[in-house]
Design a protein around this ligand. Structure first.
Ligand SMILES: [Zn+2]
Length: 272
């Protein structure tokens, strides 16, 4: 049999099958391992890592929509707090119209959520039933927007922001910007970019409808002290700090465009 062992420097080279195949196999093995271990570095090198202006999510065609998203919402009742359910359903119809127009500008078909589910307890939601710590939740598989409606205290404004935030998750879903098929790495940093973009898009949609409620939302977010050991610490890991949230809400409110909400191309310091 010919192979590395039967060759000595004094003899002419007799390239055997193993000798010919081995270097190629080794090269492939090294490239394969390198690709796995250095994936993050390679993504950084070629500019497709999350946080790079050239990543798939940062260059999505959704950003071709350059007109501000938000407009008036004619169907809203005069008293927003009298019947929160009526207010939220009216706002949802407006959000459908706003996002249909924005996505059309980018050449993307918009489909409304399969259902807007206003629930009194998380157990009635389409998903996330086990988690009792949410004000709203979007179920991507069912495409259902769920908002927890706690009546009686006359505070519809935070629910309106929650609705707009969950709608933004629906937009991320139908536009494909939240696709998990690209070269992105899916970790908490990815989640923060997704959530902070939803905050920004919600503000863009509500800038005309609810400037005061956005101001209040920013104030509440900015008041979060960021205690690393507090109960909100893990929430901050996946959703971003209060300061980051307030900053992205301000951006969405000020500019109103989808492009202003490109968290995917933002440096890590802005999505902390
Ligand atoms: Zn969210």
């Amino acid at each position: 049999m010919s192979g590395p062992r039967d060759w000595s420097p004094g003899e002419p080279r007799r390239p055997g099958v193993v000798r010919r195949v081995l270097p190629v196999a080794l090269a492939f093995a090294i490239i394969a391992c390198g690709t796995v271990y250095l994936r993050g570095d390679l993504q950084g090198l070629i500019g497709t890592a999350p946080g790079s202006p050239r990543s798939a999510a940062a260059t999505h065609r959704l950003y071709a929509a350059t007109r501000p998203v938000g407009g008036r919402c004619a169907g809203l009742p005069r008293d927003l707090d009298a019947r929160p359910g009526v207010t939220l359903r009216a706002l949802a119809r407006c959000l459908d119209g706003m996002w249909a127009a924005s996505l059309a500008e980018a050449g993307i078909d918009y489909t409304p959520p399969a259902e807007l589910r206003l629930v009194r307890v998380p157990a009635d939601a389409a998903c996330g039933k086990e988690d009792h710590d949410w004000a709203g939740i979007y179920c991507p598989r069912e495409r259902v927007v769920n908002v927890l409606v706690q009546g009686g205290d006359g505070r519809t404004a935070p629910m309106m922001f929650t609705l707009a935030h969950e709608y933004a998750h629906h937009v991320q879903e139908v536009s494909g910007i939240a696709d998990r098929r690209g070269s992105e790495t899916f970790d908490e940093a990815w989640s923060r970019r997704l959530e902070l973009q939803a905050d920004c898009l919600a503000a863009a949609a509500l800038r005309v409808v609810g400037p005061r409620l956005l101001r209040e939302q920013r104030r509440v977010a900015a008041a979060d002290a960021g205690d690393p050991d507090g109960p909100a610490a893990s929430y901050r890991q996946s959703h971003g700090s209060g300061a980051s949230s307030a900053a992205w809400i301000a951006r969405g409110q000020r500019t109103g465009t989808v492009g202003a909400c490109n968290t995917w191309g933002a440096p890590a310091t802005q999505v902390s």
